[in-house]
Design a protein. Structure first.
Length: 211
């Protein structure tokens, strides 16, 4: 019964905000494309310097000198939690709507830049490296970011409607409780993503580099 209720709730939510999800997904994809394009705007010196640091990191990874899995886990969880936390706060303030969209675009841009740089500098080997270093945790992180952005934007719009359309009566407390519950669930899922990034992704990268 509970599983059916959860399934119906998720389905109804996606159907209700389908246009939001399409828009935010397209926005993220645009960020990925823009990030890949930005790689071409770097000067040769900038590319060489960045590639040097990446090579140093790969050397340390192969020798086991990088951060411990627990430290990577905590860093990933802290960084991503603060990122979606900012989206959450901006949703409450209402005036932060454009910044929520900008944050989602920037997330896509970082992913696109990473993949684009690896591929440009290392060819198919760079694609494989970006595949094992970026994809595993982002299979969880990206959907979370999209969902949090959609919920933050929709919550801000609901507050704006309540503020300016007096005929709409909807108590704020239940809305805020649901909003906080969504955020709490997102943090838990980010914990899973951080676990993958800390304990699983470095192993994949180390295995690929050893080849």
């Amino acid at each position: 019964m509970k599983k059916r209720w959860r399934s119906n709730f998720i389905t109804n939510h996606i159907e209700q905000y389908s246009s939001f999800y399409i828009f935010h997904t397209v926005l993220l994809i645009m960020g990925v494309i823009f990030g890949a394009i930005v790689v071409n705007s770097l000067s040769t010196t900038q590319k060489d310097d960045l590639f040097y640091f990446i090579n140093e990191f790969f050397s340390q990874l192969k020798s086991g000198e990088v951060l411990a899995p627990k430290e990577i886990f905590l860093h990933s969880l802290s960084y991503n939690s603060k990122y979606i936390g900012l989206m959450w706060i901006l949703g409450i303030t209402m005036i932060g709507l454009p910044i929520i969209l900008l944050l989602l675009f920037l997330k896509g841009m970082v992913i696109g830049f990473t993949i684009g740089f690896f591929v440009q500098q290392m060819g198919w080997k760079g694609f494989l490296l970006s595949f094992v270093s970026v994809l595993p945790q982002n299979l969880i992180i990206i959907p979370i970011f999209i969902v949090v952005a959609v919920i933050s934007v929709s919550f801000a719009l609901q507050l704006i409607k309540k503020l300016f359309v007096k005929s709409i009566y909807q108590p704020i407390a239940p809305m805020l409780v649901k909003y906080c519950m969504f955020f709490g669930a997102a943090i838990l899922l980010l914990g899973l993503a951080a676990f993958v990034e800390g304990y699983f992704t470095p192993y994949l990268m180390r295995s690929l580099l050893s080849l």
